[in-house]
Ligand binder design. Structure first.
Ligand code: SF4
Length: 393
């Protein structure tokens, strides 16, 4: 393979070309290799094997019914206390009115994540899902992270299975992947001490998968974690996905690495760290995820943290989903993300086409809503050349 410059990558490339799973140590080689172009080609090989040129996005409204939260994660600039400036706490009818004011024709997903409100009863959340489904028929509700489900189970004094069953019966279609942060206990104690522990997060998703609720998974990186802790995080997700797929579940639909946003939060101040992750760290992380997480269909290049520009480049690094229009994203913007608070479908499709890929508009659970025009023929030709590394080696 003439294109591989780092000899340590050779056995890994052979395994990936043969469709074999990488070990933890091989994953670490990917994190450490200086041979960046080969890593990119390897990730692109896996991406195109799974999805060809297809690149997904969703027309999605971001919605948080409150930012009141007692948990106090040190990386979070979104949380507020009762009465604090900028706090909001909506009743169901106020939430519905807000969604109505932002609603756009063709919207397919309402994505909800919010604070851990100490006083709202569990019945509030059931009413909210039911009201959203009733007022916006045809829109899928992808709501509440595993950390929030854990919170609901505490306030309702119900098990995870009962909570998720009740939410599904009220209309819940899917779950976002937040609250995972980094699973390693060492890091979790420092950045998210009062949040659900890794085992609880994984158990919520295990049960959701069993109940037929597809989910996503995130990883917050770029703060105090080591590279080994990042790969440990992915390993635990890969193991759970094996379990879920063996039971016939859809499981995790996508993996979303989230770059730490270094403004307006205690962790950034404690670390004295006010720089964003570098583009290369972001891209390497996505590429490692694409090659290592062989059983998760999509790796998401979430443009709200990466920037649209890096997200566009990431389509050559294993990414097959850029998330979506994200009307009114507030959480990463509270922590200093300089990206726009939403992009139109046309803008997203154009940036995918300009990268030589075909935009596929999807819903919350990856049903295809619309296949947009493919990229110009010359770009397709260039892409086809890029997609066949082994034929040149
Ligand atoms: S990340 Fe979520 S749980 Fe943690 S403080 Fe912020 S809103 Fe609360």
């Amino acid at each position: 393979m003439k294109w591989v410059r780092d000899p340590a990558l050779l056995p890994i490339v052979e395994k990936v070309e043969a469709g074999e799973r990488l070990s933890f140590d091989e994953g670490m080689v990917l994190y450490r290799t200086p041979d960046i172009p080969s890593l990119m080609r390897l990730a692109n090989l896996v991406r195109e094997r799974k999805h060809g040129q297809d690149t997904y996005f969703v027309h999605s409204l971001r919605f948080s019914q409150t930012n009141i939260c007692y948990v106090g994660c040190t990386f979070c600039a979104f949380q507020r206390r009762f009465g604090e400036e900028g706090a909001w706490d909506w009743e169901v009818d106020e939430a519905i009115e807000w969604v109505r004011s932002k609603y756009q024709p063709g919207l397919t997903e309402i994505h909800i994540s919010s604070g851990h409100h100490p006083k709202k009863p569990f019945s509030y959340y059931l009413e909210l899902v039911a009201a959203l489904k009733k007022n916006f028929p045809g829109v899928q509700v992808k709501a509440w992270t595993a950390a929030e489900i854990h919170h609901f189970s505490k306030i309702a004094k119900m098990g995870y299975r009962e909570v998720l069953t009740a939410l599904k019966e009220a209309g819940l279609d899917a779950m976002p992947g937040g609250g995972a942060e980094i699973f390693a206990e060492r890091v979790r104690r420092q950045i998210a001490r009062a949040k659900v522990r890794a085992e609880g997060w994984l158990e919520v998703h295990r049960i959701a998968h069993e109940l037929g609720i597809p989910t996503n998974a995130t990883m917050l990186y770029g703060h105090i974690e080591t590279l080994e802790e990042r790969l440990d995080h992915m390993t635990r997700l890969r193991e759970l996905q094996d379990e879920s797929l063996a039971k016939g579940a859809k499981g995790f639909m996508s993996f979303i690495p989230l770059a730490f946003q270094p403004d307006g939060n205690r962790l950034a101040d404690q670390l004295g760290k006010h720089e964003f992750t570098t583009g290369l760290d972001d891209l390497r992380n996505l590429a490692v995820a694409r090659v290592y997480l062989d059983n998760i269909p999509h790796i998401k290049g979430y443009w709200a943290t990466l920037t649209p520009e890096v997200s566009q480049v990431s389509l050559d690094w294993g990414v097959t989903d850029v998330d979506g229009t994200l009307i009114e994203e507030r959480i990463v913007h509270a922590a200093g993300s300089p990206t726009p608070q939403g992009l139109t479908k046309e803008a997203l499709a154009a940036f995918i086409q300009a990268a030589g890929r075909t935009p596929i508009e999807r819903d919350a659970v990856y049903n295809v809503v619309k296949v947009w025009a493919p990229p110009a023929p010359l770009m397709s030709h260039q892409r086809a050349m890029l997609s066949r590394p082994s034929s040149r080696g």
